[in-house]
Design a protein around this ligand. Sequence first.
Ligand SMILES: [Fe+2]
Length: 463
Amino acid sequence: MTFEDLFGCDVTVSDKGSITSWNETMMGFLAHSASTADALGKTLKLEPDFALAHACRGLFSMLLARRELSTVAQEAHTKADNCRLINPVSFRENCFIDALKAWLTGNPSRSVKLMEQILSKSPHDAMAMKMSQAIRFMLGDGPGMRRSLERISKVYSEGHEASGYFKGCHAFALEEAGEYRLAEAAGREGLELAPDDAWGLHAVAHVYDMTGRAQDGLNWLSGKEIAWQHCNNFRYHVWWHIALMHLDLGEYDKVFELYDTEIRLDKTDDYRDIANATSILMRLEFDGVNVGERWEELAELAASRTEDNCLAFADLHYMLALCGAGENKAASSLVGNMEGCHKHRDSCEMSSIISHPGLLAAKGLEAYRDQDFELAYSDLSNARADMVKIGGSHAQRDIFERMTIESALRAGLGSQARILLRERDLHRGHRDGYSEARWQILDLKAAPQKVSGNSNFAATDVA
Ligand SMILES: [Fe+2]
């Protein structure tokens, strides 16, 4: 039978009572809550033939960008497909099932289009709204995020159940577009409407990052732990943002404290956690700070993900871990597998992105590890224009931007480093601590220093 869920959208289930747990699933997904998987599990236990819930299980699996979860997603699609053969489902539900299929066959952009088709008919479908943003995030499609949200915004200004989460998503899209003032306002409004919306809260943290206002960012996040304590491992990402702010202020002890007690509280190999960890260690090393044995733990986990090739962003962060610990064999293996993606570039969107710019960037990381800074600069600067395609946020991809600058500095390419820094400053709206320190080096015409040893990725002390 067809009923309406919390957002007034069609769901095909046998018992109206089971919609409660489906609503919890949707709200959990919007809030990045750790409870989402349990709510979805409960829904499927109550409604084993609920096609939409199976499709969402598959899409949630794909969002985690892990090779083994493609099998889970494929099984979920088969179940969803069988369910809709037995009980015909609504347009919305068909689109979700087809979106999963599109991603499984290598075309996540098609999955996004299907979410947009739902939103054209039902702009109030907050599940499709959030799914569209989540997939676009992995495709680095900031402009698309903004377009998607702004064409449906009217619906969410009229007392919609998800209006706070909508504003949080809009805040993030605005921030990625460089509309910092609008993003901050939207994020603050959103959090008032949805106090558990860690995504919106963190969109405002992005604004402070991009505008070099680390202390303001710390003030904003301080005392708001309730917004992210309930989260899945997204909570580690919020701690990462806090650590970045301390790093920008040169408070390295605090960075290490957060790294050891929050960011790596769980030693997971989730690519988002590995990205948080590797990129903070790398930033510390750019600043000449010794990070001790911390690379090893990450490299051990990354070594078992060298055949993933699900997402360039993930592969590049595994690469950071492997290079950081001097696990050269595993790093070569990962690069080899990334090279292998070339033959699938026409049939699989993610393989195409891994093939370029992913592979070039990975080779740049290898060259940096080998202290061949000229080659590192060449590879990274050639990848740079397309790096947005690897996905993630500007703040996350900044690690590759910094490495390109560090390569230029260490290769003695002062004028190239100046161009990169100037572009970075313009893009970010204001100089941050990193930029100030590098301009100081360039203005003083300090000779970049190379140091020996490769146990740590970037054992240099330019800053
Ligand atoms: Fe973030």
